[in-house]
Design a protein around this ligand. Structure first.
Ligand code: NDP
Length: 602
C-alpha cells in the first residue's frame, strides 16, 4: 500500500477547499436534527432489550445514601470511588439489564473501542485486569464493567431494567425522591447523574420506514437470533442466504460491515457521507511487557501521558500511540516547524490546516490503495477536514468492498429516498432486501432532559430544564446551583476530554466521593454550590478559546448540529480553557485542599 507523501502530487489547497464546501453544501438540509425520528410509539420495538429478559420485582420504597442514574462507566466509577471512601450504600438505577451502558447495548459484530484499552478501560489497576489487546473489543469492556460491579458490591443494590421518571428534592428532609417506571418511590441523601451522551438510538426519517415487511433493527439492539453468530465474532451464518442493507457509514457501521460482508448473501452498504478510515493496527498486549510496566500507579501515569500528548500542549514521549495522539503529534510537529517569530495564532491555525490537508490526502490515498473498484474507491473518499466527523480507524472496512457480495450504494449525500415494503430506494432504484440494519446513531443535539427521559426538580420547584434553558451551567461540570446533593458525571464544563471520556468520569467520581466523605464526617446534610461560584466558573469557561469541534464549514453531522446554527447554548458546551491536563491538576488540588471552595456544607 503506497500512501507515501513523496509519491503524491502537491496539494492544491484552493481546489480542495472548494471541493469540501461543495460536498458540505450538497448535504445541508433545512430540517437539521429534525430529520431523525424519535424511537417511540409504533417504532418503540426498536428499543427493546434483546440481551436480557426482564425480571419482575417488588417496587422499592426505602432510603439509600447515594442513588446513581445510569449503570455505565459514570455510575460504576463513581460507585467504586464511593465504596472506597466507605460509602457502601449505593444504588445504581439502569435502564439496561446489566451494567455497561454503551457497552451493554452495543454488541454489534466487531464493536471495539477506538481509544487504547490501557487508558480507556476504567479501574484496570484496581481490578487487576490486563487488557488483551491494544483496542479492546466490546465483550472485554462489558466484562470489565461487570468486574467493577462485582468487586465493589454494586450489584447488591442495583435496579436493572428500570427507568427513572422523576427526581424531586425534598427540602425539609434534605433528600431526593426518585420514582421509576417500575413503581419505585425511594429516597436518597445524594444523587448522581451519569446518563451518557449517546444512549438514545435514533432512526433516519426516511419516508415509508414503517412499511418495510422484512426484518429490521438498530445496531445498538443487534438481533443475533436473526443473524446467528455472537458478539465475540462467531459467524452470522443465518445471513448466508439473506440480502441485507446497512444504512449509515459512521463508526458503528465501519466496525460491523466487515463481519456482514463475510457472511451475507448480498450486502448493501448505504452511504450518505463517507467516514475517514485511518489505520487501526490493533495488536495483542504482551503479558510480559504489561507486567513490566504495570507497577503501582501505572494507569494514572498512562492517563496523564495520554492527556498531555492529546490536550496538554507539552510534548512528552507518547506511550499510548493511538489514533488520537497521532493526530495531535502531527499538528504539533507542523506548528513546531514554524520559525519562532512566526508562531502567531494565525500561522499556527494555517499550520494545523496544512497538517489536516496532508492527513486527509493520506486517508484518501489509502482508499485507492485498498479498494479495487475505482468507482467504489472514489465514492468512499471523505471530503472534509478530519475532525469534521468522528474519525474512524479500521483495517478491514475498506477491504470489505473487494468482496463480491458487498456493494456500496452511495446516495451522493442525499440519503435513502424511501423505504418500501420490500426494501429501499436510492436515486429511483429499488433494492429488495430481507433485512435492514439501521446504523443511524444516537440523539446528540437534543436537550438533557429529553435524552435522560426525566427532569430534576430542585429547590423551590426549580426544574433543571429551566435552570439550563439557555444552556448548561455548572461548576466543574458536576454541581448545579439550586440542586443540592446532586452530582453530574460527564465531561462538559470540566476537562471536556472527548478522546478519552472515562478519564473525565473517574476524576469526577473521585471528587464526588471526597465531597461526600467530607459531608458525612462533618455531620452535614446538604451540599450546595453557590450561585457566585457557578457564575464565576461559567465566566471562566466563556473566556476560553471556545468549541474545538463543530465548525459550520464542516459537512453536517452531530459535531456541528447537522450544519445548523447551534444557538447560544452551544457556547457553553466547552471545557476548562487551559486544557485537560491543567483541569485534572486543578481538580485534584481543589478536592485535596479540603475546603471545596465554592461549595457550602450545612
Ligand atoms: P453516527 O451518527 O456516527 O452515524 C450515523 C450514520 O447514519 C451516518 O453515516 C449518517 O450519514 C447515516 N444516515 C443518517 N440518516 C441517513 C439517511 N437518511 N440515509 C442514509 N444514511 C443516513 O452513528 P454511529 O452509531 O456510527 O456512531 C455514533 C457515535 O458513537 C460515534 O460518533 C462515536 O462517538 C461512538 N462510537 C464509538 C465507537 C468506538 O469507540 N469504537 C464505535 C462506534 C460508535 P451522515 O454522515 O451523512 O449524517
Amino acid at each position: 500500500m503506497t500512501t507515501d507523501a513523496a509519491t503524491r502530487p502537491p496539494i492544491d489547497k484552493k481546489a480542495l477547499l472548494a471541493k469540501y464546501i461543495a460536498e458540505r453544501d450538497k448535504r445541508l438540509r433545512p430540517d437539521g436534527n429534525d430529520q431523525y425520528l424519535r424511537v417511540a410509539g409504533t417504532l418503540a420495538h426498536y428499543l427493546e432489550d434483546p440481551y436480557t429478559p426482564r425480571v419482575e420485582r417488588e417496587p422499592k420504597t426505602d432510603h439509600v445514601t447515594f442513588a446513581f442514574v445510569g449503570g455505565g462507566f459514570a455510575g460504576l466509577v463513581t460507585g467504586a470511588r464511593l465504596v472506597e471512601a466507605g460509602i457502601t450504600d449505593v444504588r445504581i438505577v439502569e435502564k439496561g439489564g446489566d451494567f455497561g451502558g454503551t457497552w451493554y447495548w452495543n454488541r454489534y459484530p466487531g464493536a471495539q473501542c477506538d481509544t487504547a484499552s490501557m487508558i480507556y478501560m476504567p479501574l484496570l489497576e484496581e481490578t487487576g485486569h490486563r487488557p488483551t489487546e491494544k483496542y479492546a473489543h466490546a465483550p472485554e469492556i462489558l466484562e470489565q464493567c461487570q468486574r467493577i460491579g462485582r468487586q465493589y458490591g454494586l450489584y447488591d443494590n442495583a435496579l436493572f431494567h428500570t427507568e427513572v421518571e422523576s427526581l424531586v428534592w425534598e427540602d425539609e428532609q434534605n433528600r431526593w425522591r426518585i420514582t421509576t417506571n417500575r413503581g419505585d418511590s425511594f429516597t436518597a441523601s445524594y444523587i448522581g447523574l451519569g446518563t451518557g451522551p449517546l444512549h438514545v438510538p435514533k432512526l433516519p426519517g426516511i419516508a415509508g420506514i414503517e412499511t418495510f415487511k422484512g426484518h429490521s433493527f438498530h445496531t445498538s439492539r443487534w438481533d443475533y437470533d436473526y443473524t446467528g453468530g455472537d458478539p465475540r465474532g462467531g459467524l452470522m451464518t443465518r445471513l448466508a442466504d439473506k440480502r441485507v442493507a446497512i444504512i449509515g457509514t459512521g463508526a458503528t457501521s465501519v466496525q460491523a460491515v466487515p463481519h456482514l460482508a463475510r457472511v451475507c448473501g448480498q450486502l448493501y452498504v448505504v452511504q450518505r457521507t463517507p467516514s475517514s478510515i485511518d489505520v487501526r493496527a490493533n495488536q495483542p498486549i504482551d503479558p510480559d511487557w504489561f507486567a513490566s510496566i504495570a507497577t503501582p500507579g501505572w494507569q494514572k501515569r498512562w492517563l496523564e501521558n495520554f492527556t498531555a500528548n492529546q490536550a496538554g500542549g507539552a510534548a512528552e514521549e507518547d506511550w499510548v500511540m493511538d489514533g488520537w495522539t497521532d493526530l495531535s503529534r502531527r499538528i504539533r510537529a507542523k506548528i513546531m516547524q514554524l520559525p519562532r517569530e512566526e508562531m502567531t495564532p494565525r500561522n499556527m491555525l494555517a499550520a494545523y490546516e496544512d497538517s489536516d490537508f496532508e492527513k486527509m490526502e493520506e486517508i484518501r490515498a489509502r482508499v485507492d490503495a485498498i479498494v479495487a473498484d475505482r468507482e467504489t474507491a472514489q465514492k468512499l473518499k471523505a471530503w472534509y477536514r478530519q475532525l469534521c466527523k468522528r474519525p474512524c480507524f479500521h483495517d478491514a472496512y475498506l477491504q470489505a468492498f473487494n468482496n463480491p457480495n458487498a456493494r456500496l450504494v452511495d446516495t451522493d449525500g442525499k440519503g435513502v429516498e424511501r423505504i418500501t415494503e420490500k426494501g429501499f430506494v436510492v436515486a429511483g432504484v429499488e433494492y429488495e432486501v430481507d433485512c435492514i440494519i439501521y446504523a443511524s446513531g444516537f440523539e446528540v443535539g437534543t436537550d438533557f432532559t429529553r435524552r435522560a427521559g426525566f427532569d430534576l426538580t430542585g429547590v423551590d420547584g426549580l426544574k433543571l430544564s429551566q435552570a439550563w434553558a439557555e444552556g448548561m451551567k455548572t461548576k466543574h461540570g458536576i454541581h448545579v446551583h439550586g440542586f443540592p446533593n446532586a452530582f453530574f458525571v460527564q465531561p462538559t464544563q470540566g476537562a471536556n476530554l472527548i478522546s478519552n471520556v472515562p478519564h473525565n468520569l473517574t476524576e469526577a467520581g473521585a471528587t464526588i466521593a471526597r465531597i461526600i466523605r467530607h459531608a458525612q464526617d462533618g455531620g452535614f446534610k446538604r451540599v450546595d454550590v453557590t450561585r457566585q461560584a457557578q457564575d464565576a466558573w461559567v465566566e471562566l469557561l466563556l473566556g476560553g478559546p471556545g468549541r474545538m469541534l463543530g465548525s459550520p464549514d464542516c459537512t453536517p453531522g452531530y459535531y456541528n448540529n447537522e450544519g445548523q446554527e447551534p444557538g447560544p447554548a452551544a457556547k457553553l458546551a466547552v471545557g476548562y480553557p487551559a486544557g485537560a491536563t491543567a483541569y485534572f491538576r486543578y481538580l485534584d488540588s481543589w478536592r485535596n485542599s479540603g475546603t471545596f471552595e465554592g461549595l457550602t456544607f450545612s
